[in-house]
Design a binder for this molecule. Sequence first.
Ligand code: URA
Length: 436
Amino acid sequence: MLPQETIRRKRNGEPLLPEEISRLVAGVTDGSVSEGQVAAFAMAVWFNGMAREETVALTLAMRDSGDVLDWSDLGRPVADKHSTGGVGDNVSLMLAPIAAACGLAVPMISGRGLGHTGGTLDKLESIPGYTIMPSADIFRRTVKDIGCAIIGQTADLAPADKRIYAIRDVTATVDSVPLITASILSKKLAAGLQSLVLDVKVGNGAFMTEMAEAETLARSLVEVANGAGVKTSALITDMNQPLADAAGNAVEIANCIAFLKGEKAGTRLERIVLAFAAEMLALSGLETDPAAALAQARGALTSGAAAEVFGRMVHALGGPADIVERAAVYLSPAPVIRPVLADEAGYLAACDTRGIGLAVIELGGGRSRPDDTVDHRVGFDRLLPLGTKVEKGMEIGRVHAASTDAAERAAMRLAALYRTTPEAPAAAPEILEAVS
Ligand code: URA
């Protein structure tokens, strides 16, 4: 069928057949479907949506537009996790080594910062020598020998998504549940997974600010991924404050290493990381008893096994051999580090989490345009969690900046992003809902 016929049918709200979806995606990949036709198709989907079967067909066609990795020679379950994005969300950096230390293989294809959210690849590039685009051979060997490798999307993985995403980005068609679903899952499925756990974030630092929207996206992702043959579940998690006590790039790597050394025990971050690790173990069938899965994940952390896996992965992908032992030597400090002081006494009751992400970009730690370079040294750390009682003038975090002026501006901005109340706020749970 001609692309314009498929677009017309979707425009008129008719259901599309799997064959016509795969023909359209093949045309997107080989360039015979024009940019205008991709834009028109995306807009027709934006208005009329897609049934589950159509979204599964779109996801599979986009997955098959490039290489699909095969890990059948590994002899261990292949699993991954994906987050819809947040601020101070460095979960993947600790989760991959914990899962690998528990016996899973985790070939994790990650992304760069998007909008106000940070990106795992930008964070990893704070480590001197770390290559996010290793050869296929090094990627495969790292997953096989060490258990995990966190890298970027290669040109051969879901190329149809690359083209469609770039066109959606400039045609106001990013925020469509079926298009987001197919985009995220095509890349994940191309990585050759057997199981996948999704972290769907909701709150003022997430793309989905309302629970109903997050539930719709979580259900779409879970149903389509299972429909495409990958065992998948989702946890909807709170993003109304930075997850780690840091937001930026090198500061989040430092936080990750401190976490792996056991220095973040009892935090929200630890509860979320261990919950995802347990979910990965359960879904992959390695340990189906929830309490035993959690204990196994905790054991990988407290024994130092996960820290060892992280260090070996960094070295295998071009970084130093002793990043865990000597992080401070390798992570370049920002020229100016100064405290951020509370504007008033009370309990930290709320913060503008998106504003914190934007303040990191303002410091140079993210991009305003795709070709911007990132200053890996800047950001915030030692951020206090909501619910903490503070006195006026007490340190609520630190800013890392390239200059004194930038530090001053960011410190004033950060302090103004927090709201204090005389009464302690109710504690917010980290995990709001499980979708399977
Ligand atoms: N992330 C993706 O990879 N694709 C989307 O469409 C949205 C977020």
